[in-house]
Design a protein around this ligand. Structure first.
Ligand code: KG4
Ligand code: ZN
Length: 334
């Protein structure tokens, strides 16, 4: 009676993922099919191509996720799916698949917020203690979210322009790396012997918002100036300067918010949570300040369906189910 097996589906961007998660904690299977190789040729994610790729793989992945979990379809308690935010066409593929399975099995459908998923990825391998503060850093999001209690989200800061991952990808492109370039910039930054001095966007003294576009432009200016003068581009030093600026502002604002809201834990999440510079600096600062920091393992940082199963379990417990008529909402709020 107390066992809840959620079949979760995530198709909000360029990863098709299906997972079976038991009681919001135990990942029985978590399949991820990345479309990165397909989109690389275009220098970024092409929405129509993403939708088509999701359609091609989703059905087989649902079958395989059930098979790998060791369960049968009869054991599924509910079907969860990312409802937004994301690319609307991509979301719709997952939503249609989820509706079909939920309808066929006569089980509840649970529409889930993508960022709630990233945050609750932290609950898969640890236990979130409230109040908690989440620093969400991904290709589409840069946010500070306060969780006063379970499943309650309050946005206290977000980016006013580019998301962190987006800025990484644009800088990487200027430095000559393929999409998605975040990991290249990270590696180069960690290897560099010195850093090019670049600005920090603190914004108003009391603001928890972020701004990345000025920094990104500063990087592009340095690269272009070097090119025009026919000088060595110093890409490692630029990468390190960029990473230091990004990390310093993210870490300082997160720590300030932890103090201001007196939270018990800081949760790092999203695809950029794998960034070595960010992890190192945040871990050191939290250790020094006596703040408990949770970071999900690598496979639960980047887009995956297990995190959607973890977040959907909260709604399962409160019986907050979705209508079979739900549509994808590209700008769904938390
Ligand atoms: O969360 P995610 O998998 O997808 C979104 O929901 O956006 O994040 C993908 C983003 C990409 O922009 C990618 O370049 C960035 O995360 N990323 C990194 C690193 N690894 C991936 N950015 C900086 N450093 C990394 N090591
Ligand atoms: Zn994501």
């Amino acid at each position: 009676e107390s066992v809840c097996n959620i079949l979760a589906i995530e198709t909000s961007c360029d990863e098709t993922s299906v997972a079976i998660v038991q009681n919001g904690k135990h990942v029985l299977s978590n399949l991820v099919s990345s479309q990165i190789e397909t989109h690389k040729a275009f220098g970024g994610v092409v929405p129509e191509v993403a939708s088509r790729k999701h359609v091609e793989t989703i059905t087989l992945m649902i079958e395989q996720a059930v098979e790998q979990s060791g369960l049968t379809l009869d054991d599924i308690s509910a079907v969860a799916v990312t409802e937004g935010p994301g690319l609307v066409g991509a979301l719709l593929v997952g939503i249609m698949a989820a509706k079909s399975v939920a309808f066929a099995l006569d089980k509840p459908l649970i529409g889930t917020h993508h960022i709630a998923g990233h945050i609750y990825a932290n609950n898969l391998t640890a236990n979130i203690v409230y109040p908690a503060l989440a620093l969400v850093v991904s290709g589409g999001h840069t946010e500070l979210v306060l969780l006063e209690r379970e499943g309650q989200f309050r946005l206290i800061g977000s980016t006013r322009d580019d998301a962190v991952g987006e800025a990484y990808d644009k800088v990487a492109r200027a430095l000559g790396f393929p999409y998605p370039g975040g990991p290249y910039v990270d590696r180069l930054a960690m290897e560099a012997e010195s850093a090019v001095e670049l600005p920090r966007a603190w914004l108003e003294p009391d603001s928890y918002d972020f701004s990345l576009s000025g920094l990104k432009s500063a990087v592009l200016n340095v690269v272009n100036q070097k090119k025009m003068r026919g000088e060595e581009p110093m890409i490692a030093e630029i990468a390190r300067g960029f990473q230091e600026s990004v990390v310093e502002v993210l870490v300082e604002k997160a720590i300030r918010a932890v103090r201001a809201y007196d939270v018990r834990q800081l949760l790092l999440c999203g695809g950029v949570a794998v960034n070595k510079g960010l992890r190192r600096t945040l871990t050191e600062r939290c250790h020094h300040e006596g703040i408990e920091l949770l970071i999900p393992p690598f496979e639960y940082c980047t887009d995956n369906a297990a995190m959607i199963g973890a977040a959907a379990y909260l709604k399962w417990k409160t019986g907050e189910f979705s209508d079979l008529r739900i549509k994808g909402d590209p700008s769904l709020s938390l």
